[in-house]
Design a protein around this ligand. Structure first.
Ligand code: ZN
Length: 294
Protein backbone atom coordinates (compact mmCIF):
# COMPACT_ATOMS: atom_id res chain seq x y z
CA UNK A 1 0.00 0.00 0.00
CA UNK A 2 2.50 2.63 -1.10
CA UNK A 3 -0.20 5.29 -1.30
CA UNK A 4 -1.16 4.93 2.38
CA UNK A 5 2.45 4.77 3.41
CA UNK A 6 3.13 8.01 1.61
CA UNK A 7 0.07 9.66 3.16
CA UNK A 8 1.14 8.51 6.59
CA UNK A 9 4.60 9.90 5.98
CA UNK A 10 3.10 13.23 4.99
CA UNK A 11 0.90 13.29 8.08
CA UNK A 12 3.88 12.46 10.31
CA UNK A 13 5.93 15.12 8.53
CA UNK A 14 3.18 17.72 8.89
CA UNK A 15 2.60 16.96 12.55
CA UNK A 16 6.34 17.12 13.19
CA UNK A 17 6.44 20.48 11.46
CA UNK A 18 3.46 21.61 13.51
CA UNK A 19 5.01 20.62 16.82
CA UNK A 20 8.44 21.91 15.80
CA UNK A 21 6.82 25.20 14.86
CA UNK A 22 4.80 25.25 18.04
CA UNK A 23 7.74 24.60 20.33
CA UNK A 24 9.78 27.13 18.36
CA UNK A 25 7.10 29.76 18.97
CA UNK A 26 6.81 28.73 22.60
CA UNK A 27 10.58 28.91 23.00
CA UNK A 28 10.63 32.22 21.25
CA UNK A 29 8.60 34.19 23.75
CA UNK A 30 8.04 33.19 27.34
CA UNK A 31 7.29 36.29 29.41
CA UNK A 32 7.93 35.55 33.10
CA UNK A 33 4.80 35.51 35.26
CA UNK A 34 3.69 38.92 36.50
CA UNK A 35 4.10 38.71 40.25
CA UNK A 36 3.38 42.37 40.95
CA UNK A 37 -0.12 43.55 40.02
CA UNK A 38 1.06 47.19 40.20
CA UNK A 39 3.10 46.54 37.05
CA UNK A 40 -0.02 46.35 34.88
CA UNK A 41 -2.38 48.47 37.01
CA UNK A 42 -3.40 51.70 35.24
CA UNK A 43 -2.23 55.12 36.36
CA UNK A 44 -3.03 58.52 34.88
CA UNK A 45 -0.55 60.28 32.65
CA UNK A 46 0.69 63.65 33.94
CA UNK A 47 3.17 66.43 33.27
CA UNK A 48 6.19 66.07 35.57
CA UNK A 49 8.12 69.22 34.59
CA UNK A 50 8.39 71.27 31.41
CA UNK A 51 8.26 68.95 28.41
CA UNK A 52 8.66 65.78 30.51
CA UNK A 53 5.61 63.56 31.14
CA UNK A 54 4.84 60.35 33.02
CA UNK A 55 3.09 57.87 30.67
CA UNK A 56 3.68 54.58 32.48
CA UNK A 57 1.60 52.18 34.54
CA UNK A 58 1.09 52.40 38.32
CA UNK A 59 4.60 51.08 38.91
CA UNK A 60 6.44 50.65 35.60
CA UNK A 61 7.65 54.15 34.84
CA UNK A 62 7.68 55.33 31.23
CA UNK A 63 8.70 58.86 30.35
CA UNK A 64 7.79 60.97 27.34
CA UNK A 65 9.97 63.94 26.41
CA UNK A 66 8.29 66.08 23.79
CA UNK A 67 10.29 68.25 21.41
CA UNK A 68 9.72 70.25 18.22
CA UNK A 69 11.49 67.42 16.38
CA UNK A 70 9.31 64.62 17.73
CA UNK A 71 9.26 62.70 20.99
CA UNK A 72 11.56 60.52 23.03
CA UNK A 73 10.06 57.59 24.97
CA UNK A 74 12.07 56.09 27.84
CA UNK A 75 10.94 52.53 28.81
CA UNK A 76 7.72 50.78 27.76
CA UNK A 77 6.75 48.55 30.67
CA UNK A 78 5.40 45.11 29.72
CA UNK A 79 4.37 44.15 26.18
CA UNK A 80 0.76 44.43 27.36
CA UNK A 81 1.34 48.03 28.54
CA UNK A 82 1.54 49.44 25.00
CA UNK A 83 -2.17 50.34 24.55
CA UNK A 84 -2.07 52.16 27.92
CA UNK A 85 1.06 54.12 26.98
CA UNK A 86 -0.49 55.03 23.66
CA UNK A 87 -3.72 56.28 25.23
CA UNK A 88 -1.68 58.24 27.83
CA UNK A 89 0.30 59.99 25.11
CA UNK A 90 -2.87 60.81 23.19
CA UNK A 91 -4.69 61.96 26.35
CA UNK A 92 -1.86 64.46 26.89
CA UNK A 93 -2.53 65.80 23.39
CA UNK A 94 0.48 64.30 21.62
CA UNK A 95 0.75 61.91 18.70
CA UNK A 96 2.03 58.39 19.31
CA UNK A 97 3.38 58.39 15.74
CA UNK A 98 5.64 61.35 16.63
CA UNK A 99 7.87 59.13 18.82
CA UNK A 100 11.26 59.28 17.10
CA UNK A 101 13.62 57.84 19.71
CA UNK A 102 13.25 54.90 22.10
CA UNK A 103 15.50 54.60 25.15
CA UNK A 104 15.58 52.15 28.05
CA UNK A 105 17.10 52.11 31.52
CA UNK A 106 17.83 48.39 31.11
CA UNK A 107 16.84 45.44 28.93
CA UNK A 108 14.47 43.52 31.20
CA UNK A 109 11.00 42.45 30.04
CA UNK A 110 9.27 44.82 32.49
CA UNK A 111 10.91 47.88 30.87
CA UNK A 112 11.37 46.94 27.19
CA UNK A 113 8.48 44.49 26.64
CA UNK A 114 6.70 46.91 24.30
CA UNK A 115 9.72 48.21 22.36
CA UNK A 116 9.29 45.91 19.35
CA UNK A 117 5.65 46.88 18.85
CA UNK A 118 6.23 50.61 19.37
CA UNK A 119 9.23 50.58 17.04
CA UNK A 120 7.18 48.78 14.37
CA UNK A 121 4.23 51.16 14.73
CA UNK A 122 6.16 54.44 14.86
CA UNK A 123 9.43 53.70 13.03
CA UNK A 124 11.32 55.23 15.98
CA UNK A 125 15.05 54.60 16.39
CA UNK A 126 16.01 52.32 19.29
CA UNK A 127 19.09 53.42 21.21
CA UNK A 128 20.55 51.36 24.04
CA UNK A 129 23.86 50.82 25.80
CA UNK A 130 26.19 48.57 23.81
CA UNK A 131 26.24 45.98 26.62
CA UNK A 132 22.45 45.63 26.79
CA UNK A 133 22.07 45.63 22.98
CA UNK A 134 22.73 41.86 22.58
CA UNK A 135 20.18 41.14 25.33
CA UNK A 136 17.63 43.39 23.62
CA UNK A 137 18.38 41.66 20.31
CA UNK A 138 17.65 38.15 21.65
CA UNK A 139 14.64 39.08 23.76
CA UNK A 140 16.48 38.65 27.05
CA UNK A 141 17.84 35.17 26.37
CA UNK A 142 21.43 36.32 27.01
CA UNK A 143 20.59 38.20 30.21
CA UNK A 144 23.01 37.09 32.90
CA UNK A 145 20.22 36.40 35.41
CA UNK A 146 17.01 35.70 33.47
CA UNK A 147 18.67 34.31 30.33
CA UNK A 148 19.05 30.82 28.92
CA UNK A 149 15.35 29.98 28.78
CA UNK A 150 14.39 31.61 25.50
CA UNK A 151 13.12 35.12 24.91
CA UNK A 152 11.14 36.86 27.63
CA UNK A 153 10.14 39.73 25.31
CA UNK A 154 10.01 40.41 21.57
CA UNK A 155 13.59 41.05 20.37
CA UNK A 156 14.63 44.45 19.00
CA UNK A 157 17.78 45.29 17.08
CA UNK A 158 19.22 48.60 18.21
CA UNK A 159 19.74 51.41 15.70
CA UNK A 160 22.39 53.11 17.81
CA UNK A 161 24.67 51.80 20.57
CA UNK A 162 25.17 54.12 23.52
CA UNK A 163 28.20 54.53 25.78
CA UNK A 164 29.05 56.39 28.98
CA UNK A 165 28.62 60.18 28.51
CA UNK A 166 27.06 59.90 25.04
CA UNK A 167 24.46 62.54 24.20
CA UNK A 168 21.09 61.78 22.64
CA UNK A 169 19.79 64.85 20.78
CA UNK A 170 16.37 65.63 19.37
CA UNK A 171 14.61 68.95 18.71
CA UNK A 172 16.85 70.97 21.05
CA UNK A 173 16.85 68.34 23.84
CA UNK A 174 20.13 66.90 24.99
CA UNK A 175 20.11 63.78 27.13
CA UNK A 176 23.34 62.61 28.74
CA UNK A 177 23.65 58.84 28.98
CA UNK A 178 25.28 57.47 32.14
CA UNK A 179 26.33 53.81 32.13
CA UNK A 180 25.44 52.27 35.51
CA UNK A 181 26.11 48.52 35.13
CA UNK A 182 25.25 45.79 37.62
CA UNK A 183 21.49 45.24 37.52
CA UNK A 184 22.19 44.48 33.86
CA UNK A 185 25.54 44.85 32.08
CA UNK A 186 24.27 47.84 30.13
CA UNK A 187 21.94 49.53 32.64
CA UNK A 188 21.81 53.30 32.15
CA UNK A 189 20.59 56.47 33.80
CA UNK A 190 19.71 59.67 31.96
CA UNK A 191 20.51 63.25 32.93
CA UNK A 192 18.95 66.26 31.20
CA UNK A 193 17.40 69.70 31.68
CA UNK A 194 13.79 70.67 31.11
CA UNK A 195 12.22 74.05 31.68
CA UNK A 196 8.82 75.60 32.17
CA UNK A 197 7.73 79.25 32.29
CA UNK A 198 9.29 79.67 35.78
CA UNK A 199 12.62 77.88 35.83
CA UNK A 200 14.70 75.00 34.54
CA UNK A 201 15.14 71.66 36.26
CA UNK A 202 17.99 69.19 36.09
CA UNK A 203 16.34 65.76 35.89
CA UNK A 204 17.91 62.41 36.75
CA UNK A 205 16.16 59.25 35.63
CA UNK A 206 18.23 56.82 37.67
CA UNK A 207 18.46 53.12 37.12
CA UNK A 208 18.59 52.21 40.81
CA UNK A 209 21.24 49.51 41.44
CA UNK A 210 18.98 46.92 43.03
CA UNK A 211 20.40 43.40 43.22
CA UNK A 212 18.18 40.51 42.16
CA UNK A 213 17.94 37.57 44.58
CA UNK A 214 19.41 35.28 41.91
CA UNK A 215 22.46 37.50 41.27
CA UNK A 216 25.74 35.94 42.37
CA UNK A 217 28.05 38.78 43.41
CA UNK A 218 30.94 36.30 43.40
CA UNK A 219 30.55 36.45 39.63
CA UNK A 220 29.51 33.95 36.98
CA UNK A 221 31.36 32.91 33.80
CA UNK A 222 29.23 35.31 31.73
CA UNK A 223 29.55 38.19 34.22
CA UNK A 224 32.70 37.77 36.33
CA UNK A 225 32.93 41.51 37.09
CA UNK A 226 29.42 42.01 38.45
CA UNK A 227 30.57 43.04 41.96
CA UNK A 228 33.09 45.55 40.58
CA UNK A 229 30.46 46.97 38.24
CA UNK A 230 28.07 47.50 41.16
CA UNK A 231 30.87 49.19 43.15
CA UNK A 232 31.59 51.52 40.21
CA UNK A 233 27.88 52.31 39.84
CA UNK A 234 27.39 53.16 43.53
CA UNK A 235 30.39 55.45 43.38
CA UNK A 236 29.09 57.18 40.24
CA UNK A 237 25.50 57.52 41.53
CA UNK A 238 26.68 59.06 44.81
CA UNK A 239 28.33 61.91 42.90
CA UNK A 240 25.27 62.97 40.92
CA UNK A 241 23.54 66.30 41.67
CA UNK A 242 20.17 67.26 40.19
CA UNK A 243 16.76 68.71 41.05
CA UNK A 244 14.21 66.08 40.04
CA UNK A 245 14.72 62.39 40.79
CA UNK A 246 12.90 59.68 38.83
CA UNK A 247 13.66 56.00 38.20
CA UNK A 248 12.60 52.82 36.39
CA UNK A 249 9.92 51.90 38.95
CA UNK A 250 7.48 54.43 40.45
CA UNK A 251 7.94 52.71 43.81
CA UNK A 252 11.68 53.45 43.75
CA UNK A 253 11.31 57.24 43.71
CA UNK A 254 8.09 57.20 45.76
CA UNK A 255 5.72 58.52 43.08
CA UNK A 256 2.57 57.60 45.00
CA UNK A 257 3.73 59.33 48.17
CA UNK A 258 4.71 62.45 46.23
CA UNK A 259 1.64 62.72 43.99
CA UNK A 260 -2.04 61.70 44.24
CA UNK A 261 -4.32 61.10 41.21
CA UNK A 262 -5.86 64.37 40.10
CA UNK A 263 -3.05 66.54 41.50
CA UNK A 264 -2.16 69.51 39.30
CA UNK A 265 1.20 70.43 37.78
CA UNK A 266 3.74 70.42 40.62
CA UNK A 267 7.36 69.75 39.62
CA UNK A 268 8.48 70.61 43.15
CA UNK A 269 6.94 67.35 44.40
CA UNK A 270 9.75 65.46 42.66
CA UNK A 271 12.68 67.59 43.81
CA UNK A 272 14.33 65.13 46.15
CA UNK A 273 18.11 64.84 46.23
CA UNK A 274 17.83 63.83 49.89
CA UNK A 275 15.46 60.91 49.26
CA UNK A 276 17.72 59.75 46.44
CA UNK A 277 20.88 59.93 48.57
CA UNK A 278 19.16 57.94 51.34
CA UNK A 279 17.99 55.24 48.94
CA UNK A 280 21.43 54.92 47.30
CA UNK A 281 22.94 54.56 50.80
CA UNK A 282 20.38 51.85 51.67
CA UNK A 283 21.09 49.94 48.47
CA UNK A 284 24.82 50.31 49.01
CA UNK A 285 24.54 48.81 52.51
CA UNK A 286 22.52 45.93 51.06
CA UNK A 287 25.23 45.43 48.41
CA UNK A 288 27.98 45.33 51.04
CA UNK A 289 25.99 42.84 53.10
CA UNK A 290 25.38 40.63 50.06
CA UNK A 291 29.08 40.91 49.21
CA UNK A 292 30.13 39.71 52.67
CA UNK A 293 27.60 36.82 52.44
CA UNK A 294 28.74 35.68 49.01
ZN1 ZN B 1 15.23 44.91 35.93
Amino acid sequence: MPMFKKQRQIIVLLSNMFFAGFSLTAQKLIPPPITNENWSKPYEAFRIAGNLYYVGTYDLACYLITTSGGHILINTGLASSVPMIRSHIEALGFRFSDIKILLATHAHFDHVGGMAEIKKTTGAKMMINEKDAPVLADGGNSDYVFGGRGSTFEPVKADRLLHEQDTVRLGGMQIIVLHHPGHTKGACSFLFDVKDEHRSYRVLIANMPTILDQTKLSGTPDYPDVANDYAYTFDALKKLRFDIWLSSHASQFGLHGKRKPGDGYHPGAFIDQKGYDAMIDDLHREYLKRLSDK
